[in-house]
Design a protein around this ligand. Structure first.
Ligand SMILES: Cc1ncc(COP(=O)(O)O)c(C=O)c1O
Length: 468
């Protein structure tokens, strides 16, 4: 029984501390402060168990695109549950919502996408893509072509392969990662990584050269795939510099390297286009989707493969036998029903257009509000995704030392103002539900500005920062 006490007489907060190991949470801090328990949600707002309302500036974890508390989603899921709550897709079995959802996804995905392989999380979708790239090269008689290139600051999930592709030290440290054969190139963050005076195009050219040199040094015949988010999310909301992806794609094509677009955040309208690939004219060989696919009402993700990849799998099938990969819950009918309803709502309510319109408003208002703030180094983003970078020295672009704990401090102050954000090092992020209105944006930014002002005052008082 360990030291687990009976939960009956405990508060929810105490029970949580006794029973849950939380993802991405400091155990020490959690044991001291306990959880914040969210009880209900509606549109872009949620309420905690103390009755306090918050603007959900992150749409949960960049995922509740259609907004919280949609009764018609509940009805669609309930209806499916009462008819058939589970059947799988193994051994040629199927269920109707999974078939229909695959068809719908392909209808809105770029034309050259060909087949949908359902999984349950973004990590699983990316793991699947890597395994498909290995399988693909084995079938082509290229068994050496297996390494994967990703980028520092990229986020692709936490399973052993996905975490190896993720380019964040904390995901590697203490886990003996990355695995062999996973390489990382420079993050395309112009603000911090460009040389003084280097234009976006020049920076892109330099990064493209670095990629090509890495490929040549490793030997192109050993590299299977390159994975990238159209806009990096959890690594800091980093938009690609001008000309970056066109150069990268040309190099990948030249060396016969598959391009996996990790659309887990960018897909389903986040940037004001249906996919990030539409926004940046990407022609990926494979696309990973999750989050917005079901708006997180039920977990679901998918690895989409293009016709080029599909043809190799199909032609190799007589020799290899069954495609020996799959998750018990892949294509789960309840998740698929949620996915179908999400797409129906997105199209009916023109949420991609709303994300573009309100997203433009959000970007403009953020720039107007924060660009001249001496604590803010950069305001970046596109559509309904943004990041505000807080810096120790604006003129010299010097970040705060981690010991200043800027991330936790700003998120706490934002929470006190009634907005849930997420900190990424010294930046904080925005990825609200796509149903947000311009007046929601105004209210959110007004609160955010108060929190940033409070932080400036506190830091100045503590001698940790002073306005230049
Ligand atoms: C771009 C991207 N890829 C993959 C993942 C991993 O998804 P999951 O947490 O569902 O495994 C995430 C999660 O935030 C993500 O943002």
């Amino acid at each position: 029984m360990g030291n687990h006490k009976q939960g009956r007489n405990l508060s929810l907060e105490e029970m949580d501390k006794q029973s849950l190991l939380h993802p991405y949470t400091s155990i020490t801090d959690h044991l001291e402060h306990g959880p914040m328990v969210i009880e209900k949600g509606h549109a872009a707002r949620v309420t905690d168990t103390t009755g306090r309302d918050y603007i959900d500036a992150m749409g949960g974890l960049w995922c509740v695109n259609i907004g919280h508390g949609r009764q018609e989603m509940v009805d669609a899921i309930t209806e499916q549950a009462s008819k058939l709550a589970y059947y799988h897709l193994f051994f040629s079995m199927a269920n109707e919502p999974a078939i229909r959802l695959a068809d719908e996804v392909l209808r809105i995905a770029p034309d050259h996408m060909s087949k949908v392989f359902f999984c349950n999380s973004g990590s699983e979708a990316n793991d699947t893509q890597v395994k498909i790239s290995w399988y693909y090269n084995n079938l082509r008689g290229l068994p050496q072509k297996k390494k994967i290139i990703s980028r520092h600051n990229g986020y692709h999930g936490v399973t052993a392969v996905a975490a190896s592709m993720t380019g964040l030290p904390r995901n590697h440290k203490s886990f003996n990662l990355p695995l062999d054969g996973f390489l990382h190139v420079t993050s395309p963050h112009h603000y911090f990584n460009a040389e003084p005076g280097e234009t976006e195009e020049e920076f892109s050219e330099r990064l493209a050269k670095e990629l090509e040199q890495t490929i040549e040094k490793e030997d192109p015949s050993t590299i299977a795939a390159f994975i990238a988010e159209p806009v990096m999310g959890a690594g800091g909301v980093i938009t690609p510099p001008k000309g970056y992806f066109s150069r990268v794609q040309a190099i990948l094509k030249k060396h016969d390297i598959l391009f996996i677009a990790d659309e887990v955040i960018c897909g389903f309208g986040r940037l004001g286009t249906m996919f990030g690939s539409d926004m940046y004219e990407l022609e990926p060989d494979m696309m990973s989707i999750a989050k917005g696919l079901t708006s997180a009402y039920v977990p679901m993700s998918a690895a989409i493969i293009s016709e080029k990849v599909w043809e190799v799998l199909r032609d190799g099938s007589p020799e290899t036998g069954p495609f020996a990969h799959g998750y018990t819950y892949a294509g789960h009918p309840l998740a698929a029903a949620a996915g179908l309803k999400t797409i129906e709502i997105m199209l009916r309510e023109k949420l991609v257009d709303n994300a573009q319109k309100v997203g433009n408003y959000l970007q403009t208002r953020l720039k107007e509000t924060f660009l001249d703030n001496p604590l803010v180094g950069e305001v970046r983003g596109v559509g309904m995704m943004a990041g505000v970078e807080l810096v120790a020295d604006k003129a010299k672009k010097i970040p705060f030392d981690p010991s200043a704990k800027i991330g936790p401090r700003i998120t706490q102050l934002l929470l006190e103002e009634g907005v849930i954000h997420r900190a990424i090092l010294n930046a904080y992020a925005y990825a609200p539900p796509l149903v947000m209105t311009e007046s929601d944006v105004d209210e959110m930014i007004e609160r955010d500005e108060r929190a940033v002002r409070k932080l400036s005052d506190e830091l100045a008082r503590e001698g940790l920062w002073k306005a230049a």
